[in-house]
Ligand binder design. Structure first.
Ligand code: ZN
Length: 841
């Protein structure tokens, strides 16, 4: 049983690199390189926290120069952070970054592993990180990765000795790796992972150091390097026509959503790794010293090595199929290896090499990219033997009982095409990333099936096994069902084959704000996963809200088509919030998920199912001033959000700032990082200050201190720092409780700071002119109070406000207190009549 599971685990690792991609058609050089890797029996696991943390130069060097099996364990999938290429954020961003890591590994030859830890956003210290992650679960997953991958060498990206100097996730990855190094061989530690695999002791643990960990190049040059190895990661691969650092740059450039596309480098370059733990080094060159990385490493390996080294040394680049008889002989021997780890690993590698040498082309293409439960779809199966070897196709089978007998000899270079039906079982679960199937916590994904933990993606369910005889030796080659099509402007394209529900629905707006009692209409888009969908749709909602009509009918003729329904939502009279979600009834079944498609050319097409819901917020909000001008900086959703609460917002270009334009507005709001990204803005500062002097309001949102393009951010002296409050629940203290900003037109209380998301704010000023009044004070645990999150100054007849509070994050999440506070900021100075009346009471 244990063996069977281990086998499944490894098989899945392999399949995932090739699935649903355009099938690779390897050249003789690529076959030769695979053979070199087959003949190297050593492995390296690189450990860090996020997609893009990994040093692709080192991963590529280990994989392509050393020929080691090389893995990258990224503790998270990078859900936090920004997306430079599209609208996907949080868990959907994690899906993209997972695929970008897989794309990077396809380039540098590594493999990809994960834990269940979630990238919850910036963390200042590993103590905080490890309290938000479930430390025990993440450590268990790191140990599982080590026990399954069985690395000889582990290399940490980050230093475990310097907590607080980098992202808490980074230091945590190093700390957990260190702990796991000591525990992985102890059967009493995390015994539940031993149901899937066996204990393992890696030989050595290193830290991938470099000058940036020493503060400067000079410090690093003078540092004691007796405990370090230096590796020339600029080696040239004539077979590839590329330097190792060029391969690495190509791999890193897969991280497009993070803007990691970069120039390639060439030429000799040193990379340093510092020895931390394990068997001492014997020299400053060989990280595998004392480890036999030849076939002699395993019992029964010598005979296999004798065959395979001979093929490697006498490889026929003109006709690799001449090696098939010896390869089949080695294949038989490999299948008899006692050690299950090596047996499964090397069987798989060897099978692929045999398939490549024989010039076999096996492909299973579905008629569509998706199907739903109980549907029968047509498969096109292509079988081609491009060698003069004797190859017989016996049967084609799949796990759910399909078995087609063929018993035919595959004539040289003769294409055989079979059309076969594939029935999707009635109880088939739809395709979606396994780690998103259950609602997790802030720090952890919830994965109910322990066999999925650590896998980069959900294993493909629909595969066909081709049972062949090659030179009279039976061999089974497995291929996933894919979808192949063409577009006139793109040529031949491949997509994964997915199972989707027969009905799904989405509400077009994710957060719907009601600034008064008026009802609003929402659109619900229902998508059919099959032909002739007849359904009824209702909207679940909080009790004190109403929705009309109660239900609506849907009738969609063709699969893949959509129908839009409009429902009216009536808010209650007072402040209230909750969720609405569509429920689709099809006969006796109910569907509540939204189907999200992620389509970028650098990664395979992704289908994600998430609960379909939108947040509804009835705000108790008053506001003054109607017309707002907005200057977009790095990009945010603030203008749309302000429109939702009834403001008239016009986004203007910085070039269009002039006295006449400004005179049309009550306030001007500057988007996030505008003074980092808009070079023209500093030249418009004086006109903006003049607008304030004449009675306008100016609100500037956060900028980073690094790369600020002006000294004159405000009409008075103001210094931005790196102060930030990352705890979104940090206590907020009112420094000036009677200040207009906290009282008019909305009375701000502590309740308004509840339910904030991700953080309070960032890059707060830490020094300012006396003209500024600080309004709020807050800080992260164990830090001094930070008073610069919201600063206001009267300037002439108007007001200038600088704020590092994260309104750009809070608005899209419908955080009511953030809206009420911002309305006060926009209303400042416009309350005179009301204010005087109040004061005279
Ligand atoms: Zn990172």
């Amino acid at each position: 049983m244990r063996r069977a599971i281990l086998f499944a685990f490894i098989t899945v690792f392999f399949i995932s690199y090739t699935q649903a991609q355009k099938p690779s058609t390897p050249s003789a050089i690529e076959i030769y390189e695979s053979l070199q890797k087959l003949n190297f029996l050593g492995s390296v696991l690189y450990v860090a926290a996020h997609p893009d943390d990994e040093n692709t130069r080192l991963i590529s060097y280990m994989s392509n120069h050393v020929k080691a099996r090389t893995g990258y364990l990224s503790l998270t999938r990078g859900d936090g952070g920004q997306n430079l290429i599209g609208p996907e954020l949080s868990e959907l961003l994690g899906v993209i970054r997972t695929q970008e890591l897989l794309a990077a590994r396809r380039v540098d030859g590594g493999e990809q592993l994960f834990t269940r830890a979630n990238d919850f956003g910036y963390s200042k210290h590993p103590d905080e990180t490890l309290s938000i992650w479930n430390k025990d679960e993440v450590l268990s997953d790191v140990i599982l990765a080590i026990r399954s991958f069985k690395p000889d060498i582990i290399i940490n990206r980050f230093d475990h000795r310097t907590p607080g100097t980098t992202h808490g996730h980074h230091t945590s990855s190093a700390l957990l790796s260190l702990e796991a190094f000591d525990l992985s061989n102890d059967p009493s530690a995390y015994p539940e992972t031993l149901k899937q695999t066996s204990t393992w002791q890696p030989k050595r643990l290193f830290f991938n150091t470099g000058w940036w960990f020493y503060g400067s190049q000079e410090n690093f040059e003078n540092a004691d390097k007796s405990n370090m190895l230096s590796l020339d990661i600029g080696v040239y691969y004539p077979l590839k026509g590329l330097s190792n650092n060029e391969v690495a740059a190509l791999a890193s450039s897969q991280h497009l959503c993070q803007g990691f596309g970069r120039l390639a480098q060439r030429g000799s370059q040193n990379e340093y790794i510092e020895f931390l733990k394990g068997e001492p080094l014997v020299d400053n060159v060989n990280i595998f010293a004392g480890i036999d990385t030849s076939w002699n490493r395993i019992k029964g390996g010598k005979a296999i090595g004798d065959i395979l080294y001979n093929i490697e040394n006498n490889f026929n680049f003109k006709d690799p199929s001449v090696h098939i008889p010896q390869l089949m002989q080695a294949y038989q021997l490999v299948k008899n290896i006692e050690d299950t780890h090596w047996k499964k690993l090397k069987t798989k590698e060897l099978r692929t090499i045999i398939e490549m040498c024989a010039g076999l082309y096996l492909e299973v293409s579905a008629e569509n990219n998706w199907a739903t439960q109980s549907e029968t779809i047509k498969l096109d199966i292509e079988v081609l033997n491009r060698s003069n070897l004797f190859i017989q196709l016996n049967t084609i089978e799949n796990a759910s009982g399909l078995k087609i007998s063929k018993d035919m000899i595959l004539e040289e270079n003769t294409k055989y095409v079979f059309n076969e039906p594939l029935m999707i079982p009635n109880d088939q679960k739809p395709t979606t990333p396994y780690w998103l199937m259950k609602k997790g916590t802030l720090g952890m994904y919830k994965v109910s099936d322990p066999e999925l933990i650590g896998l980069p993606e959900t294993p493909r369910v629909f595969n066909l096994d081709f049972n062949l005889l090659i030179n009279n030796t039976p061999i089974t080659i497995t291929k996933p069902v894919i979808y192949r099509y063409s577009k006139p402007d793109k040529g031949e394209l491949y997509q994964p084959f997915e199972v989707i529900p027969e009905a799904s629905a989405k509400i077009t707006e994710k957060v719907i704000i009601f600034e008064n009692n008026k009802q609003r209409d929402i659109s619900v888009v229902v998508k059919a996963g099959r032909d002739n969908l007849i359904a009824s749709v209702e909207i679940s909602h909080p009790n004190n809200w109403s929705v009309y009509p109660k239900t609506q009918k849907v009738n969609i003729v063709n699969k893949g088509e959509e129908q839009t329904l409009v429902f009216s939502i009536m808010p209650p009279k007072s402040q209230s919030e909750g969720n609405i979600s569509p429920i689709i009834h099809v006969n006796d079944k109910q569907y509540t998920k939204e189907l999200i498609e992620i389509d970028y050319s650098h990664i395979p097409f992704q289908t994600v199912l998430l609960p379909s819901e939108s947040k509804i917020v009835r705000l108790d909000i008053k506001k003054k001033g109607e017309n707002i001008a907005y200057i977009q900086g790095a990009g945010d959703m603030v203008p749309e959000s302000l429109r939702q609460i009834g403001y008239n917002v016009r986004v203007i270009k910085p070039e269009d700032i002039n006295p006449e334009t400004l005179s049309l507005f009550d306030a001007i709001v500057i988007g996030i990082r505008a003074y980092n990204t808009l070079d023209i803005l500093p030249f418009k500062q004086q006109q903006l200050f003049d607008f304030v002097a004449q009675g306008g309001n100016m609100i500037v949102q956060y900028n980073t201190s690094y790369g600020l393009n002006t000294e004159q951010l405000a009409p008075y002296k103001l210094t931005i720092s790196r102060d930030r409050v990352t705890n979104e629940n940090a206590e907020v203290r009112f420094l000036d409780p009677d200040h207009e900003l906290l009282n008019y037109p909305n009375k701000i209380t502590k309740t308004d700071f509840e339910g904030w998301t991700q953080e309070r704010g960032l890059y707060f000023p830490n020094a300012w002119h006396d003209a500024f009044t600080p309004i709020l004070s807050m800080n992260d645990p164990y830090e001094t109070p930070k008073d610069g999150s919201l600063l206001v100054a009267k300037y002439g007849k108007g007001h200038y406000i600088y704020t590092g509070l994260s309104f750009f994050r809070e608005f899209p999440e419908g955080v009511s207190g953030a809206y009420r506070l911002f309305a006060n900021m926009l209303s400042i100075g416009k309350n005179t009549v009301e204010l005087e009346a109040k004061l005279s009471d």
